[in-house]
Design a protein around this ligand. Structure first.
Ligand SMILES: NC(=O)c1ccc[n+]([C@@H]2O[C@H](COP(=O)([O-])OP(=O)(O)OC[C@H]3O[C@@H](n4cnc5c(N)ncnc54)[C@H](O)[C@@H]3O)[C@@H](O)[C@H]2O)c1
Length: 323
């Protein structure tokens, strides 16, 4: 495999994926605009970790700060770097903020993806992994969620933007033969997790003896997936794209949903604290549950998640306390 372009490299998942690629001997080009969706200093720290890993490896690492909405910037990147494959992670994530600002999500997540696809077409770059999301399933009544289930009823602009990005990927596969894996991540956690996500937020609050806001009655469930498993699945998806002109969608989850209340108690247990819970009404846009059917990723990619929620939470809390 030649040089890999990772968009959104300074983010939570991007920085981990980059480190894996560098350790495995692949040359990496990273782009990120270090926006302030959360504190950009966190993203700078993530990149510092990637650079440390790069300097201890035999691989080349080039960091190019810039915006995927800036077509001149993107054109320079694709003209000047000999890119072989792309892992496209740059996006606005988060369900609730997308309800406040749908145009921003449409612009970055959809137009930004089309900008990447256009550059790939123009520079004959033939392999892409797109970060999609379990949110595309909306309130799917059938569990576990299978890639064959209909995804026509998104319930947030974020979910709609991810589904739209998948659709554009299929179009570029069909028209130009680009080999594409759309991977639907199910709530990812682990070291460097985005500070806005529940596990990180709850850990911060419980550690500081502050009340945890719990939306709904605590029965809402999520299929939390540990970052190392996500990195492994992302890498396997990229390898799969190398084997021909292919297109498919894969769930990358853990296959074991956890109720919100159980999650809060697990985190509190790992911190040796008793949580105080502040009950709040359910939030619009939040789905009732996510639950991944991972048989397709298992059989086609060889994906096999290794870290269950109990071990994963212990590892996350240990990282948090050390950090
Ligand atoms: N974390 C999860 O649980 C989860 C679940 C499902 C899907 N995803 C998807 O995975 C991807 C990575 O998520 P994450 O949790 O690491 O998020 P993140 O916010 O930590 O990382 C995204 C990165 O993209 C960058 N970025 C955003 N807009 C950009 C632009 N216009 N130009 C250049 N860079 C830009 C941001 O600065 C950030 O560093 C996203 O596409 C997200 O939607 C994440």
């Amino acid at each position: 495999m030649g040089k890999i372009l990772i968009t959104g490299i300074a983010g939570f998942i991007g920085s981990h994926v980059a480190e894996k690629m560098l350790r495995d001997g692949h040359d990496v080009v990273g782009i990120d605009n270090f926006n302030d969706f959360y504190d950009p200093r966190v993203k700078k720290e993530n990149i510092a970790e990637v650079m440390k890993t790069a300097s201890g490896s035999r691989s080349d690492f080039t960091m190019l700060p810039g915006d995927i909405l800036d077509q001149c910037f993107l054109s320079d990147v694709f003209s000047n770097q000999k890119i072989d494959s792309v892992i496209h992670l740059a996006a606005y994530a988060g369900v609730r903020p997308s309800i406040e600002n749908p145009q921003l999500y449409l612009s970055v997540n959809v137009n930004g993806t089309v900008n990447i696809l256009e550059q790939m077409k123009q520079h004959q770059v033939g392999r892409l992994v797109l970060a999609s999301s379990s949110s595309v399933y909306g309130n799917n009544p059938k569990v576990p969620f299978s890639e064959k289930d209909p995804v026509d009823q998104a319930i947030s602009p974020y979910a709609a933007s991810k589904k739209a990005a998948e659709l554009f990927c299929y179009v570029y596969h069909h028209l130009y033969g680009i080999s594409i894996a759309c991977i639907r991540y199910f709530t990812v956690y682990g070291a460097r997790q985005r500070p806005d996500l529940a596990i990180h937020k709850f850990t911060r609050l419980i550690a500081a003896d502050q009340p945890v806001p719990m939306y709904g009655d605590g029965s809402m469930a999520r299929d939390y997936t540990y970052i190392d498993d996500i990195v492994d699945g992302t890498y396997k998806a990229l390898l799969w794209t190398q084997e021909g002109q292919r297109f498919d969608v894969f769930n990358l989850g853990n296959g074991d949903p956890v109720r919100l209340l159980d999650l809060i108690n697990m985190i509190a247990g790992a911190l040796h604290k008793v949580p105080s819970i502040k009950h709040l009404p359910e939030q619009p846009g939040d789905v009732q549950r996510t639950y991944a059917d991972i048989t397709q990723a298992q059989s086609v990619l060889g994906y096999a998640p290794q870290t269950g929620i109990h071990d994963g939470i212990k590892k996350f809390v240990a990282w948090y306390l050390h950090h």
